[in-house]
Design a protein around this ligand. Structure first.
Ligand SMILES: *Cc1c(COP(=O)(O)O)cnc(C)c1O
Length: 422
């Protein structure tokens, strides 16, 4: 990567030329605006479609047409064990062992299923600790789990907020809250990367602190999977769940992921909700009424797998595995630093009207930007000019330059268009 950065078209094009991942942009469909590719900065919301996705799905449609029900065994990729094709590829991206990962259901569904096993409150240890302003679905999930167990949400949910006037949560405040509530905490459940601010939490340290007071620790990795380096196994995270349609490009409503640490997968004491797909594969079709759990994360599967959705996920995981997270993150750092540079320059030119609220030391590719005095019309004008960021109430524009398919030129063009609008 060349430094120092320059805010010129020529520089951005030169940076693209030197980018070892430059050929990957062509592997994706990029939406158009007035005959030109948009600046797509919403891979954190819905990742773009790989050009290979259609053929992966078509394969399954063909096999369904050819074999009908026999496709479970005779398809090129037999459907019975189809989900296993995704496991190793997914596990690599989140730093897990194969037995710790399964692709199934949707994210919020997985959070609930995992809390059935890992939120086991007692009359004295029952609190859940989370970050304030977690993604709404996570808040509803946590609140309803507390209510399900008859606890008062106001008393039993501990939300760690940024300090007055600050935009992100201080790590020491999280640790202090864990210490303070100590042995009343049953579960710590935090978004690994906050969807609003883009802040990355120190998952390893939080897990250690949680375990020290006897709590279990889980993470929602919706904004982390495919974005930042994860080492779930080594960090000893108890469980995690994520969706695959954001950075992982597996299409709207794509199948989600779940991680359960190796130390738990075989624990017969651990309660769970069960279904036939979690039952021992050798005896599943004996249709016996005694549940024999698969000794891996697959044990939490309830239903047979959604093959078409899994095919789309596989197409994307194959691309990720071709690149590898380390290479991806290296580019991500440069690309996001370039966006930061452009926004900072603009800010100087335009009376300090822009503020990046994402912490520079703890971030993935997303920058959350407050444009003071502008509000939602600015976002709408960006959209009308071929930039797709997203808007989060009350005043944040989120921009995620995604290393797989965004270019340095995208970042330059974003700056050029934004400058004209300020
Ligand atoms: C995107 C997102 C969700 C969405 O949940 P689904 O069950 O996939 O609809 C939930 N939580 C977080 C943190 C998210 O970023």
């Amino acid at each position: 990567m060349i430094r120092p950065f320059e805010n010129t078209l020529a520089f951005s094009r030169q940076a693209d030329e030197l980018d070892s991942l430059k050929t990957f942009r062509d592997k994706f469909y990029i939406p158009q605006h007035q005959g030109r590719k948009v600046v797509y900065f919403t891979g954190n919301s819905l990742g773009l479609q790989p050009k290979t996705t259609a053929s992966y799905i078509q394969q399954e449609l063909n096999d369904w047409a050819t074999f009908g029900v026999e496709g479970h065994f005779l398809a090129k990729n037999p459907w019975m064990p189809y989900h296993e094709l995704l496991t190793e590829k997914m596990a690599k991206l989140v730093g897990a062992k194969n037995e710790e990962v399964v692709m199934m259901n949707q994210l919020t569904v997985n959070l609930h299923l995992l809390m059935v096993s890992f939120y086991r409150p007692s009359p004295t240890r029952y609190k859940i600790l989370c970050e304030a302003k977690a993604f709404p679905s996570d808040q509803y999930a946590l609140q309803s789990q507390l209510q399900f167990h008859s606890f008062d949400v106001n008393e039993a949910l501990i939300e760690i907020a940024p300090r007055q006037g600050e935009f992100h949560i201080r790590h020491e405040d999280i640790l202090e809250a864990i210490e303070t509530h100590g042995n009343t905490i049953a579960l710590i459940m935090i978004g690994g990367v906050n969807y609003f601010s883009g802040q990355v939490f120190d998952m390893k340290a939080i897990t250690q602190a949680g375990h020290k007071v006897g709590a279990l620790v889980g993470f929602d990795l919706a904004h982390a999977a495919g974005n930042i380096k994860l080492n779930l196994h080594d960090w000893e995270v108890d469980f995690a769940a994520w969706c695959s349609y954001k950075y992982l490009n597996s299409g709207p409503g794509g199948v989600a992921g779940a991680f359960i640490h190796q130390k738990h997968v075989n624990n017969a004491e651990l309660p769970q909700f069960a279904g036939w797909w979690g039952h021992d594969k050798n005896t599943r079709f004996l249709m016996d009424n005694t549940f024999v759990p698969i000794p891996s994360a697959e044990r939490w599967q309830l239903s047979n797998a959604p093959i078409l959705s899994m095919a789309a996920c596989l197409a994307s995981l194959d691309i990720f595995n071709e690149v590898g997270m380390d290479t991806l993150i290296e580019k991500s750092k440069h690309l996001t630093a370039y966006l930061e540079f452009i926004v900072t320059q603009l800010n100087t030119k335009k009376n300090n009207c822009l503020q990046i609220i994402t912490p520079p030391q703890n971030r993935g590719c997303q920058l959350s930007i407050v444009a003071k005095g502008y509000g939602k019309p600015l976002y709408e004008k960006l959209m009308a000019n071929g930039v797709i960021p997203d808007w989060r109430e009350p005043n944040v524009i989120r921009c995620a330059p995604v290393p797989l398919y965004n270019s340095f030129e995208d970042v330059y063009r974003f700056g050029e268009i934004l400058e004209a609008l300020l």
